[in-house]
Design a protein around this ligand. Structure first.
Ligand SMILES: [Zn+2]
Length: 187
């Protein structure tokens, strides 16, 4: 499974250069293409949103995640919330995607990889992200009540840890948040 090969390749280290040059030209429609930091991640967030929707039939909160290989294009794995579907309290989208990416690589360490998720990770998932040694975390909607990547905590960038992934938040945030709002409103 790979992403559209014509899609722009995310800029390595894009989040560290918020005032730098624009992202790659030709960003797909619907991307925040005028944003050089977030724009390049729009198409991959679209895949994570597809995953999030796949959580709905099982009655789970629609959160989805994908893990990209170090090339920034190849999708190693995907996952969505499966707590209700499996009765597993740790079955968050990020944990499942990380486990599957590690299985695909035959290695628990995932250096160079990027996890893209529709909702800011919770403390458990932030811990799993640090443990997995991914290089980068890209998320959509902020979680002001439980987010651990900049909102309530900033565990992934805690200077006391020796591995700190880069964080890029707010990619297709409105689309990601709307899916959640609609889910909770319908309950
Ligand atoms: Zn989580």
């Amino acid at each position: 499974m790979t992403t559209d090969p014509t899609a722009p390749r995310p800029l390595p280290g894009a989040g560290r250069n918020r005032t730098g040059s624009p992202g790659p030209a030709g960003a797909p429609a619907g991307d925040p293409g005028d944003d050089p930091v977030r724009g390049p991640w729009g198409s991959v967030m679209g895949l994570a949103l597809d995953q999030a929707r796949a959580a709905l039939p099982g009655g789970d909160v629609p959160v989805g995640a994908v893990v990209l290989a170090p090339d920034g294009v190849t999708v190693l794995s995907a996952g969505h919330n499966e707590r209700e579907a499996t009765g597993d309290p740790t079955a968050h989208a990020e944990v499942l995607a990380l486990r599957r990416a590690a299985a695909a690589r035959g290695e628990w360490r995932l250096p160079g990889c990027t996890l893209v998720v529709t909702l800011e990770p919770c403390v458990m998932c932030a811990g799993a992200l640090v443990q997995s040694r991914v290089d980068r975390v890209v998320y959509g909607a902020r979680d002001e009540k439980a987010g651990a990547a900049g909102s309530l905590w900033d565990l992934v960038r805690d200077r006391r840890l020796n591995h700190r992934p880069e964080v890029i938040g707010g990619v297709l945030a409105d689309d990601c948040a709307r899916l959640l709002t609609d889910f909770f409103r319908a309950r």
